[in-house]
Design a binder for this molecule. Structure first.
Ligand code: NAD
Length: 344
């Protein structure tokens, strides 16, 4: 039986990507919508063959407790609201798929994980790049040895944020600037592709406070992640520069480039070694549909999802260390890394 989701928050991502994607899902469907804009919600409900009574205000969220057909909620709200809505959903016994970043910092994310564990509900972080065939092919090339011994890593994720009123530029709603919003993809994907965890970090940050967009959060962060065996990643993330998103892994016998590496569509992977260059291609897929399907399967079979809350806590630990490094000007060492569950 397909798993019923309630989508919480009808902003840009839900409207433009998630709702269209879930319609292609084999395993899940939208059973309810939760929003402050009830008229907009009802319009979407009609398009999804739902009733007006399937649309709930945030204050009526707890009414979902009576809805046995809603087994999971998908939290698609500004970052600072994730914890509140995850906690409320966990109390109702609903399983939770949450957008990234899971929390505002490592402590906040760990509290979210603990709450869900205590309530006995599944928690998955929506790291869509860990579900695409392109990223899995990159991971296989790296971990399968095709590039030889990995020596250097490099990633960029930047895009212009030009609306000075955006919640993404307000620290109490976003938690930070481009780092927890888009830089997180570089951090998470470098960990995913290499299967390794950074042991230390070093960061510099640029915040031009005269630009009214950056009174509260940084414009750019440039950083190093120190992986085992002296493998260093260089990473840039910014809200100030033209859209660029890339990932590069350089080994002693080959290298790979993903460009674009983090877009919703049109990912491109090329792998080069002494035999030449290959550009793997895959049947068309929808990243959000893959995510929905994976979580629905895990809700049904009771196994932990591939990207559980703990995966996000680790990214938050790294991002907290990056901010600390930018503040202090020092290298920050990391410890206490957790192992992942099996994907298949
Ligand atoms: P958005 O601004 O387009 O939508 C936010 C929604 O939250 C709106 O429906 C808004 O009405 C509602 N909201 C409730 N309280 C609010 C408040 N106090 N201030 C502002 N809005 C409030 O944002 P979005 O781009 O849809 O992002 C939502 C979440 O999804 C964020 O956590 C973001 O990081 C994540 N996201 C993920 C991806 C991805 O590729 N996985 C892409 C975009 C956004």
């Amino acid at each position: 039986r397909r798993v019923g989701y309630a989508i919480v928050g009808l902003g840009k991502l839900s409207v433009e990507e998630l709702i269209p994607a879930v319609r292609t899902s084999q395993e899940g469907y939208v059973a309810a919508l939760v929003t402050s804009e009830l008229d907009k919600g009802r319009e979407f409900a009609r398009a999804l063959d739902l009733k007006d009574s399937d649309v709930y205000a945030y204050d009526d969220f707890e009414a979902l407790a009576q809805r046995e057909d809603v087994q999971a909620v998908y939290i698609v709200l500004p970052n600072s609201l994730h914890r509140e809505f995850i906690t409320r959903a966990a109390k109702m016994g609903k399983h939770i798929l949450s957008e990234k970043p899971l929390g505002m910092n490592a402590k906040d994310a760990q509290k979210i994980v603990d709450t869900c564990k205590k309530a006995g509900v599944q928690l998955m972080t929506a790291y869509r790049c860990q579900y695409t065939p392109h990223h899995w092919a990159a991971r296989d090339a790296v971990q399968g040895g095709r590039l030889g011994t990995v020596k250097l890593l490099d990633s960029i994720h930047v895009q212009v944020e030009d609306d000075p009123t955006a919640w993404r530029l307000q620290k109490d709603l976003a938690g930070g600037g481009p780092l927890p919003d888009v830089g997180i993809y570089s951090v998470n994907t470098l960990r995913f592709v290499t299967g390794q965890e950074p042991e230390w970090v070093f960061a510099t940050l640029h915040q031009p406070k005269k630009d009214k967009r950056f009174r509260e959060v940084e414009e750019s962060v440039s950083f190093l992640l120190g992986f085992p065996d002296g493998v260093t990643a260089t990473v840039h993330t910014s809200y100030g520069a033209f859209k660029t998103d890339t990932l590069r892994v350089m080994g002693d016998r080959g290298s790979l480039l993903m460009d674009p590496a983090f877009t919703y569509r049109g990912l491109k992977l090329s792998i080069e070694d002494s035999a030449g260059t290959t550009v793997p291609s895959f049947p068309d897929y929808n990243q959000f549909g893959l995510e929905f399907d994976h979580f629905a399967q895990r809700v049904r079979d009771g196994r932990a999802p591939w990207t559980p809350g703990e995966e996000a806590v680790q990214d938050h630990v790294i991002m907290d260390a990056l901010y600390e490094s930018a503040r202090s000007g020092e290298v920050v060492k990391l410890k206490g890394v957790k192992k992942k569950d099996a994907f298949r």
